[in-house]
Design a protein around this ligand. Structure first.
Ligand SMILES: CCCCCCCC/C=C\CCCCCCCC(=O)N[C@@H](CC(C)C)C(=O)O
Length: 345
């Protein structure tokens, strides 16, 4: 929400200054972003495609200036998400003969389903560390760590098993190394003394960039391993392709340049994966350069306030958000050539 307001406010400031852009900018604000973007972003994207428009790149929400997410990394760094996890909403259903609770069968629909979802929760999907942009980001960050972490991260060919296990210890970094399994809905029973005929549970998987919908479904079926359970895929999509982040990647380099200018205290801009889903997944038909970055600081303790209790932004952070977009639009307008990568900031 704050990002949307900041975009509009930055545009207003540009208009007040009679700014006339040289290149075309599209501002796409979908009304249903929080519930899949099917009637907003998806339709905007189809309309732009019908008009024959190809985009140099897209910038959406989905990553931040991360502060305190990695133990021993003292300074914040900017993570520009160049990919996004896929997702499956999977409904499991058990149908059994209903009956009176005074003489229950050995197993009920609720018991069978509860055991199945518990197996899913207790059996994490495989650790996929090494696939996706995370490895690249850790290598870029290596020199920011004190000894011996700097040596470990500079030599992932040797220490990959150790680092991948360390990443699993925290629930946020764990989400970066594997497909996550979240039990989000469970429905069964309508009366205290009736054995219910149907039990349903929904599981929300977020698919690691190195896996596909089909692979995760197969793993889930193998873990459940119970023919009495029906699988219904409510909706699903594969992880998003990895956008370029090399020296020639215009969108990435413009973001990097603007981050360095607006946040001079940030030393590292690294590519990453968005663990949530954004509307940008509806725009893959228009560009190969999709970047997710919201120019605000995020600390681990604020993570749970995203869509949670007391979600907020300070006035100062909001002002900086506006400044960033104001500068970013002008930087993107100034020169279509990629900005050379500076290793020393
Ligand atoms: C290497 C170190 C640390 C990594 C830390 C990662 C921290 C990332 C923090 C937050 C991710 C926020 C994701 C933002 C997406 C929000 C939009 C949203 O909620 N989308 C919905 C879409 C759904 C299709 C309705 C969602 O559930 O994802």
């Amino acid at each position: 929400m704050s990002l949307m307001c900041a975009i509009l406010q930055a545009l207003e400031l540009l208009l007040i200054r009679n700014y006339i852009p040289q290149r075309s900018f599209f501002i796409a604000l979908g009304h249903d972003e929080e519930v899949s973007g099917v009637n907003g972003a998806q339709k905007i994207s189809a309309l732009l495609q019908a008009r024959g428009i190809q985009l140099a790149f897209i910038v959406d929400e989905g990553s931040f200036l991360l502060d305190g997410f990695i133990p021993n990394l003292q300074k914040p760094f900017a993570m520009v998400a160049v990919s996004e996890k896929g997702a499956i909403n999977l409904m499991l259903q058990v149908n059994m003969t209903p009956g009176h609770s005074s003489a229950p069968p050995k197993e009920t629909s609720i018991g069978i389903l509860a055991a199945a979802v518990s197996r899913l929760e207790q059996t994490p999907m495989p650790n996929m560390f090494g696939g996706g942009p995370l490895k690249m980001a850790l290598q870029q960050l290596a020199n920011e760590f004190p000894f011996p972490a700097n040596i470990v991260l500079s030599n992932l060919w040797l220490f990959q098993p150790l680092v991948s296990r360390l990443m699993e210890r925290n629930y946020i970094t764990n989400a970066l190394v594997r497909t996550t399994t979240a039990l989000t809905m469970f429905n069964a029973g309508v009366k205290v003394n009736v054995i219910p005929p149907v039990a349903q549970a929904t599981i929300n998987f977020r698919i690691h960039p190195a896996q596909t919908v089909q692979e995760v479904l197969k793993l889930a079926k193998d873990i459940v391993a119970d023919d009495r359970i029906q699988f219904h895929v409510l909706n699903a999509f594969d992880p998003l392709p990895v956008s370029p982040s090399d020296d020639q990647a215009l969108g990435y380099q413009l973001l990097r340049q603007t981050i360095q200018s607006v946040f001079p205290e940030v030393n590292i801009v690294a590519p990453g994966t968005c663990i949530g889903n954004t509307d940008s997944r509806h725009y893959t038909n228009l560009t190969t350069g999709i970047y997710r970055f919201n120019p605000i600081y995020l600390q681990p303790q604020s993570f749970s306030s995203i869509h949670g209790i007391n979600e907020k932004i300070s006035v100062q952070a909001y002002e900086t958000q506006v400044k960033f977009i104001f500068e970013f639009i002008q930087n993107a307008d100034a020169d279509p050539r990629p900005v050379p990568h500076l290793h020393e900031l």
